[in-house]
Design a protein around this ligand. Structure first.
Ligand SMILES: Cc1cc2nc3c(=O)[nH]c(=O)nc-3n(C[C@H](O)[C@H](O)[C@H](O)COP(=O)(O)OP(=O)(O)OC[C@H]3O[C@@H](n4cnc5c(N)ncnc54)[C@H](O)[C@@H]3O)c2cc1C
Length: 333
């Protein structure tokens, strides 16, 4: 196994943290294997996207082009990935665990006859006799499993925010190739009925250093207003538990946890969240967890570094005032 491929959908202008993490795993793995890293970009990437990949150690960028990429369709996209890999080669395919990555990894793996591992937090090539090692949390993050794959191809979907990015290098050269894709969307099997692009303001949850998150304990949609104010003063992004999402209080894109986003901020403030394992698995990579909960027996206090046992309606306004005061005194210094 020598040829590592990072499969990316280039639908925004700049390389984001998600893409950089996949490339970081790819470049380290290629180094272990004494091989190369190719970034496969599906669709037409913006001008700066492909050259930016070289700054993160990519040897070659393959831009897959074809009419199929005009609208996302998982079955057709995975057939397109198979065609690209058959053309350029690839022993280990890395995908991000984004919504589309979670669909495309197993579909492409099936089409390529590959071994597939989802939700990995690390991949390396330190295997005697050849092959790769894949690190994957199990039992809701309570244990780590180590899988060894000796036979190519292997498809790995990487859990985001669990990987330290490699440093950016300036002016690194590389080769860009275009790979024409003739695959078309299969008629009748899958139809795009509607497309809603969520208008998101401010920080992306996945990129934020501070995240303020609310749960069922907030008691209503309108009560998220105080968390919005707190997030503004802290420069934080907003998240939520599944309970808050299921109640329709906040959009599903805010959900953190097993079936939501996995994040690794420096600081995670959980407000009115009990700390169910399915929620905590989404913040396993957080550096510091602070919990605000009125129940001193809430399980979240076992994981939090700092716990505030108080009604959030009392505590959050005081916290907002304290942060504002501190910011004001810092600017007058
Ligand atoms: C297959 C599966 C997948 C799941 N995936 C996810 C997931 O991805 N993410 C996720 O979050 N959950 C997930 N869940 C649901 C999870 O099990 C919990 O039900 C959910 O996380 C609970 O959300 P919560 O903590 O907001 O609500 P609760 O468990 O109801 O906790 C509310 C907390 O608020 C506190 N509280 C109440 N009032 C106040 C107040 N005034 N001030 C301060 N504190 C207060 C209470 O003491 C309580 O601890 C999943 C479940 C399953 C079965």
């Amino acid at each position: 196994m020598r040829s590592v491929v990072a499969v990316l959908i280039a639908n925004h202008n700049e390389l984001g943290r998600t893409e950089i993490e996949v490339l970081s795993v790819g470049v380290r793995l290629a180094e272990d294997l004494g091989g190369t890293l190719t970034a496969v970009l599906l669709g037409e990437p913006p001008a700066s996207f492909a050259p930016s990949c070289f700054s993160y150690g990519v040897n070659r960028v393959a831009v897959a082009e074809g009419p199929v990429f005009s609208a996302y369709q998982p079955i057709a996209f995975s057939a397109a990935i198979k065609q690209v890999i058959r053309t350029i080669g690839g022993d280990v395919l890395l995908f991000p665990s984004t919504t589309s990555g979670l669909e495309l990894a197993p579909l492409s793996g099936h089409k390529l006859g590959a071994s597939v591992v989802m939700d990995a937090v690390g991949v390396d090539g330190k295997v005697d006799g050849g092959g790769i090692r894949i690190h994957k949390p199990v039992f809701g993050g309570k244990a780590q499993s180590l899988l060894i794959a000796r036979k190519a191809p292997v498809v790995v979907a990487l859990r985001m925010r669990s990987i330290a990015p490699v440093a950016k290098q300036e002016n690194t050269p590389g080769e860009i190739i275009k790979v024409p894709v003739t695959v078309t969307s299969p008629a009748g099997t899958w139809r795009l009925v509607d497309r809603n692009v969520e208008q998101s303001e401010g920080l992306r949850l996945e990129d934020a250093r501070i995240v303020v998150s609310g749960g069922r304990g907030l008691g209503g949609k309108e009560n998220f207003a105080c968390l919005e104010e707190l997030s503004r003063v802290l420069g934080a992004a907003l998240g939520a538990s599944r309970a808050a999402v299921d109640l329709g209080w906040v959009p599903s894109t805010w959900q953190i946890g097993q079936t939501g986003k996995k994040i690794a901020p420096d600081l995670y403030l959980a407000v009115g969240i009990s700390g169910a394992s399915q929620h905590m698995v989404g913040i396993a990579g957080a550096k510091h967890i602070v919990a605000i909960n009125k129940d001193d027996k809430a399980p979240i206090f076992q994981m939090a570094e700092l716990g505030v046992i108080e009604d959030y309606r009392e505590f959050i306004p005081k916290l907002i005032e304290a942060v504002k005061k501190r910011k004001a005194s810092a600017t007058t210094l």
